[in-house]
Design a protein around this ligand. Structure first.
Ligand SMILES: CC(C)(COP(=O)(O)OP(=O)(O)OC[C@H]1O[C@@H](n2cnc3c(N)ncnc32)[C@H](O)[C@@H]1OP(=O)(O)O)[C@@H](O)C(=O)NCCC(=O)NCCS
Length: 428
């Protein structure tokens, strides 16, 4: 691992220290060869002072036990009707899973407890159907859970609850994750599923706003199985109610939890309530970071060198692309008056961090600078480029022009610099 990567990872640690993550996995995930590595990830997160509560589902194990006993299930995910036979099987399968999980976590020297932290009531009659032993969460015992978390203990929450009359009720694990996250004001819910979320072209869906997630849920051709559908629905709900980030990750991937939490781009799908990716005006406090970020491109002669003082004078012309609060790219727009009194914008200092290239950020920054130019009344945008002229021509519709087309002051600097860049222009 490079030190640069380590720095990238460590930047997240203070942000998450003492914050709560709810990690919820499907019963099927507990069968994956990768499951021990997932538990090790949990141990690493906890060692970084992230407080973790675990939630798990048991659909696969309930289905298997029902098949072995020849029982027909009334429902297998805790959302539909749970008859007595289904409850009996669910209680057995969930008890076994609980004890396996506690044993596995204990073997990693993690302190765990299975609290009775959910007050539930029967779901009742829905659309004329009595849901019998299916429960809904009435209250989460925040005090009990917080006491455990503060004490460095991991609460494990099985998908069963007990009502005030002493009845056992079957719950849905995704619902538990959301309710607990909201009650504990968790920073994240991470759903670990058997697979990840992909679009129709088999490309990973890296992020969803709540609105996007809801849009997908409305579509008839979403192609999602029942488990992902439930995670997307509950994820959107959690975000809209105040959980800042919900992640859906594929439990088959190595170190999936660490990769998702400690990288800007992640490896799964993130649902976010706010604008997690934004382009904003640069502040003078950004300048040292921007200079460090651009150093390599200046050394490679892709960017013209700039001093701190030059950048400070023109801070208002610089814009920063932020992912999760970290600067990953920049662009500047300087405005000039042309001899015919029209205005022209110069797009400069376009840069995207190496680790974030080829994700559309460069195009987004150029489009943003063009929009700023329009707002500032520019009729055209020009730029000087030594190594990225093809990018501007092929991806952004710029055309090459001669240095004579530059405003006089820029022409003078162009002649003096000796960098010999190409000059490109785009009419707005
Ligand atoms: C040029 C730069 C900003 C592009 O950023 P990015 O976030 O990777 O760009 P996008 O993801 O929007 O676009 C990537 C596409 O542009 C292409 N591309 C990137 N740099 C290119 C270049 N120098 N020449 C030709 N094509 C290029 C990629 O191959 C990719 O093509 P594809 O979509 O067909 O696969 C980035 O590579 C960079 O910071 N370069 C170093 C600094 C620099 O040269 N800045 C320009 C100063 S004028």
């Amino acid at each position: 691992m490079k030190f640069e990567d380590l720095r990238g990872i460590l930047q997240y640690v203070p942000q998450f220290r003492e914050r709560i993550f709810i990690i919820a996995f499907d019963g099927a995930v507990m069968r994956l060869p990768n499951f021990p590595s997932l538990l090790q990830d949990i141990a690493v997160l906890q060692s970084l002072s992230i407080q973790i509560a675990l939630v798990f589902g048991a659909r696969l194990q309930i289905q298997e036990m029902a098949a072995a006993r020849g029982v027909k299930l009334s429902n297998d995910d805790g959302m539909g009707r749970t008859d007595q036979a289904t409850l009996d099987i669910s209680a057995d399968a969930i008890s076994r899973l609980t004890s396996e999980l506690v044993a596995d976590l204990t073997a990693l020297e993690l302190r765990v407890a299975v609290p009775n932290a959910l007050a539930v009531h029967p779901a009742g009659v829905i659309d004329g159907v009595d849901f019998e032993h299916t429960g809904r969460i009435e209250r989460v015992d925040e005090r009990a859970l917080m006491a455990m978390l503060r004490d460095g203990m991991i609460p494990v929450l099985p998908p069963l609850g007990y009502d005030s009359r002493g009845n056992t009720l079957r719950l849905n694990s995704d619902e538990i994750a959301v309710d607990v996250a909201l009650e504990l004001e968790a920073a994240k819910v991470i759903f670990v599923a058997e697979k990840g979320l992909f679009d129709s072209e088999e490309t990973r869906i890296a992020q969803f706003s709540v609105a996007d997630a809801r849009e997908m849920l409305k579509r008839k051709d979403h192609g999602l199985d029942v488990s992902l559908l439930s995670k997307l629905r509950h994820g959107a709900l959690a975000c809209s109610e105040g959980v800042p980030r919900v992640h859906i990750v594929d439990g088959n991937l190595d170190e999936v939890l660490l990769a998702e939490v400690f990288s800007n781009e992640g490896v799964g799908t993130m649902i976010h309530a706010d604008d997690y990716q934004q382009i904003r005006k640069a502040k003078s406090s950004d300048i040292p970071a921007l200079l460090t970020m651009m150093r390599q491109s200046v050394e490679d002669a892709a960017l013209a060198p700039r001093t701190k003082e030059q950048m400070q004078k023109m801070t208002g012309d610089f814009f920063v692309l932020e992912l999760d609060g970290h600067a990953v790219g920049t662009v500047a727009l300087h405005t000039y008056e042309m001899p015919d009194k029209t205005k022209a914008g110069e797009l400069a200092c376009l840069f995207v961090r190496r680790a974030h290239k080829n994700k559309g950020h460069g195009r987004k920054l150029v489009a943003y600078a063009e929009e700023i130019a329009r707002q500032r009344g520019c009729a055209q945008v020009f730029l000087l480029s030594t190594q990225a002229f093809r990018f501007f021509e092929e991806k952004m519709g710029f055309v090459e022009t001669s240095p004579e087309a530059l405003p006089a002051v820029r022409r003078e600097q162009y002649d003096k610099s000796g960098r010999n860049p190409r000059v490109l222009v785009k009419k707005l």
